[in-house]
Design a protein around this ligand. Sequence first.
Ligand code: BJW
Length: 243
Amino acid sequence: MKELFDKLTQVSRFTVLTGAGISAESGVPTFRGKEGLWKKHKPEDLATPQAFTRNPELVWEWYHYRREMAEKASPNPGHYALVELEALLANFTLITQNVDNLHVRAGSKNLLELHGNIFRARCSRDGMVFQLPSTSETLPHCPACGELLRPDIVWFGEALPEQEMKRAAAASIEADYFLVVGTSGLVYPAAGLPLLAHQNLAMIIEINPEKTPLSEFTVYCPGKASEILPLLVETVKFQLSVS
Ligand code: BJW
């Protein structure tokens, strides 16, 4: 790993994209793969605007269940390693597809949540955003106008939040180093960000026990995020001490 960072300095621009795999060791299930959520549940029944219009009770039930799971989980050494990395570098951006809030709870600061956050809801009428209490009514309604609230999550077929996506694209284009952690690289537009960084000559490092379509152009490091990320941070610390 040492050679990967031999040009790194304190002002190098470092961007990280995380997916469900980084939270797997916290006990939050991933989406795809053998034990993935999409093996037992159909995304078209639960994670599309059409599903919510058809059956808001079912969709809310699913998100209440997932929120409880996320609340019981704790950040793992992979999440904390990224907090440490941010503290070491002047230009650090963390982009996550995860909605589980574990990066926030670990203490990451410059964080872009591309797919929303399961602890927030928004008004179906005007988009006003609210924090969701841990015990929420089955079908929550907007405290301001009484309209049905929906989870503040980006479902299939929906646009990603514009400002976050713009900042994520800029951080990918400007990156000297781009780290891809725990994502299958199948869901767009997030999966396009590492390619954007690659086209702009960043060094792309991927941490995942399984290869992905992105591995064609990444430096692939096989293994678990909670084991490899702390080692990567130690290597970065060493390089910064000699640069
Ligand atoms: C470990 C590990 C360990 C395990 N350590 N690693 C181009 C082609 C085809 C389709 C499309 C396209 N462009 C867009 C689309 C449509 C669609 C899409 O991408 N579909 C593909 C699936 C085919 N995209 C969209 O619909 C997006 N919107 C959009 O494009 O809008 C256009 C538009 C523009 C303007 C106006 C209107 C519309 C939105 C996508 C939203 C995705 N939402 C979800 C669900 C959120 C709801 C919820 O959470 O309930 O987000 S889908 C789901 O997948 C979730 C995740 O964030 C996302 C990514 O999954 P992730 O994180 O990669 O997880 P997994 O499970 O796939 O992979 C885990 C990985 O971890 C594995 O590789 C493991 O090996 C690894 N791992 N243990 C490290 N310990």
